[in-house]
Design a protein around this ligand. Structure first.
Ligand code: FEO
Length: 171
């Protein structure tokens, strides 16, 4: 049975993952409307991944005898300043998610909930990958600057990357 404190923290994380999914969906849609097809494909995929992160938590909470709460999500932005702005926001958001996950891991140790502690290790590794990817993308965008040819290539690279991203629900 899940302790109340752990359940509350996991439900907060469910909300954070759901809002990540909506946030990236808004970014994907905006990118699509300005013709950045590859970027939008990547962000749609990223949004799906966040939904999967949320679902994984929902199932875990319910399987442990708790009750997962499906949250109300506030409306994400409808427009963004630039492509660089999108990936800056994405990295900032991921850093917040990492903090939140680390806090849950701390709480698990305090509460001696080693099952949830083990479960959360998957999220710890996932955050490492997601932060690294967001940083790499931002570095590329900084290199490209205002170069339109570079931007075209960047968008094509993200299309290729989006096609290789597989949401592994068996993990
Ligand atoms: Fe599920 Fe990117 O945090």
């Amino acid at each position: 049975m899940l302790k109340e404190k752990i359940q509350t923290a996991l439900n907060k994380q469910i909300e954070l993952e759901a809002s990540s999914s909506q946030f990236y969906l808004a970014m994907a849609s905006w990118s699509e409307t300005i013709g950045l097809t590859g970027t939008s494909m990547f962000l749609y995929k990223h949004s799906d991944e966040e939904r999967f992160h949320m679902l994984k938590l929902v199932k875990f909470v319910n399987e442990r005898g708790g009750q997962a709460l499906i949250p109300h999500i506030s409306k994400p932005p409808t427009t963004f300043e630039s492509l660089e702005n999108i990936f800056k926001l994405l990295l900032e958001h991921e850093l917040n998610v990492t903090d939140s996950i680390n806090n849950i891991v701390d709480l698990c140790l305090q509460e001696k909930d080693y099952t949830t502690y083990n479960f959360m290790q998957w999220y710890v590794s996932e955050q490492l990958e997601e932060e690294a990817l967001a940083r790499t993308i931002l570095d590329k965008l900084k290199l490209i600057g205002a170069d339109k040819g570079g931007l075209y290539m960047f968008d094509r690279d993200l299309e290729i990357l989006a096609k290789t991203l597989i949401i592994d629900s068996s993990k």
